[in-house]
Ligand binder design. Structure first.
Ligand code: 8YV
Length: 314
C-alpha cells in the first residue's frame, strides 16, 4: 500500500476511508518527528494537510519521494505551496464545496454584529432582561458592505447581502471584469466607504496585518468588521484597541491570529461575536471536503489528473 503522512487533524470518516486503501502515518503531533521521519520518510508519497496545519519547506524537502499534498481546506496558507511546486509536488485543496456554508456564516455575522445578537442572547441568559430592555442595535438594510477579496466566498456573500438590501463594494488585487459592484483601488478607500467591512481574501504572509490600525480608523466608530477568512489578516492588537476605544463599533470573527487561543480582551468584550473557526463545519460540507481530499489522492495514484489543484504560485 502507498504510504501517506497525516500532518493535520482530519474527520474520522476520511481517515477510515483512506486507511482502507493507503497506509496512514500519524504526524499530527509526533513525539520524536526526526526519528519517525528517519523510519518512514523515504516511503511517504503523499501528505494529508489542513487549513491550519500543513507541511513547511523543511518537511516537504526531506521527503524525497513526495508526489502530492492534499489539503482538507480551501485556504492553503498553512502549506508551503511554493516549496512544493518548486519540486513538482502537486498541491490540492477543497474549493467550491464549502463556499455556501462559509458565506452563510459570514452573512450571519453581518447581521449579528450590528443587531447585537450575541450580546442580546447573553443579556437574556444572564437575567438582565428582568432589569430592563437592552440598548438598541443598528439597521443592516441600506448600509454599505465593503468586501476585501472578491473571490468565490466574497461573491457568494455579496449575493446574499444583496437580498438583505446592502450596497456592495469591494477591493481586490485581481481585475474582476464587469461587475455591478463598485471597485475601490485600495483597502483604505474601501474601508472609508464601508459601514461593514468583510475580510474574504486569502491568508498567508503576503496578507499578514493587511487590515491594520489605519484601515480600522477608516472604517470608523460606526463601522463593523467581519472576518471568516484567516485571523492574521487583521492586526489583532490594533483591532482590540479599536474595539476597546470606540475606534470601530463592533466585530464578528470566526478566525484568530494564534487560534485556538483567543485574547482575553476580546473574550471580555460585549461588542464582538466570536466563533471557533466553524465556517465550514457542517456534516454536509465536511463530507464533501473529505470526498474531495480522497478523490484528489485517488486520482493522482491512479495516474489521472487531480480534480482541484492549487494554481501555480511561482
Ligand atoms: C477548515 C478552512 O476549518 O477551508 C479552510 O480554509 O480554514 C476550514 O474549512 C480547516 O481547513 C480544517 O482543517
Amino acid at each position: 500500500m502507498i504510504d501517506l503522512l497525516q500532518v493535520s487533524q482530519l474527520p474520522p470518516f476520511l481517515v477510515e476511508r483512506l486507511e482502507k486503501e493507503f497506509t496512514l502515518h500519524d504526524f499530527v503531533d509526533p513525539a520524536d518527528p526526526d526519528k519517525l521521519l528517519d523510519e518512514i520518510g523515504p516511503r511517504i508519497r503523499g501528505i494529508l494537510a489542513g487549513g491550519m496545519k500543513g507541511p513547511n519547506a523543511n518537511l516537504i524537502n526531506c521527503l524525497e519521494n513526495l508526489e502530492i499534498i492534499s489539503s482538507f481546506s480551501v485556504g492553503y496558507d498553512a502549506t508551503d505551496v511554493a516549496a512544493a511546486q518548486a519540486r513538482d509536488v502537486i498541491v490540492t485543496h477543497t474549493p467550491e464545496v464549502l463556499t455556501g456554508d462559509v458565506a452563510d456564516l459570514a452573512m450571519t455575522f453581518i447581521l449579528m454584529a450590528p443587531r447585537r445578537i450575541g450580546e442580546a442572547e447573553r443579556y437574556l441568559r444572564s437575567g438582565k432582561w428582568l432589569g430592563g430592555r437592552m440598548d438598541l442595535g443598528t439597521t443592516v438594510r441600506g448600509k454599505r458592505l465593503g468586501i476585501l477579496g472578491l473571490g468565490r466566498i466574497g461573491k457568494a456573500v455579496a449575493r446574499r447581502a444583496e437580498v438583505f438590501g446592502l450596497h456592495i463594494a469591494y477591493h481586490d488585487i485581481k481585475p474582476m471584469g464587469d461587475l455591478l459592484y463598485r471597485s475601490y483601488p485600495s483597502l483604505l478607500d474601501l474601508a472609508n466607504a464601508s459601514d461593514i467591512l468583510l475580510v474574504a481574501c486569502e491568508g498567508g504572509e503576503a496578507n499578514r496585518g493587511l487590515v491594520d490600525g489605519k484601515a480600522l480608523a477608516a472604517l470608523g466608530p460606526e463601522g463593523f468588521l467581519v472576518n471568516a477568512a484567516r485571523g492574521p489578516i487583521i492586526d489583532q492588537p490594533a483591532l482590540i484597541s479599536a474595539l476597546r476605544d470606540g475606534g470601530i463599533a463592533g466585530a464578528a470573527m470566526d478566525v484568530f491570529d494564534g487560534e485556538p487561543e483567543v485574547p482575553a480582551e476580546l473574550m471580555a468584550m460585549e461588542n464582538v461575536v466570536l466563533t471557533p473557526h466553524i465556517a465550514s463545519s457542517t456534516h454536509e460540507t465536511r463530507r464533501a471536503m473529505a470526498d474531495l481530499v480522497y478523490d484528489n489522492i485517488r486520482a493522482h495514484f491512479d495516474g489521472k489528473p487531480v480534480l482541484t489543484p492549487v494554481p501555480p504560485q511561482i
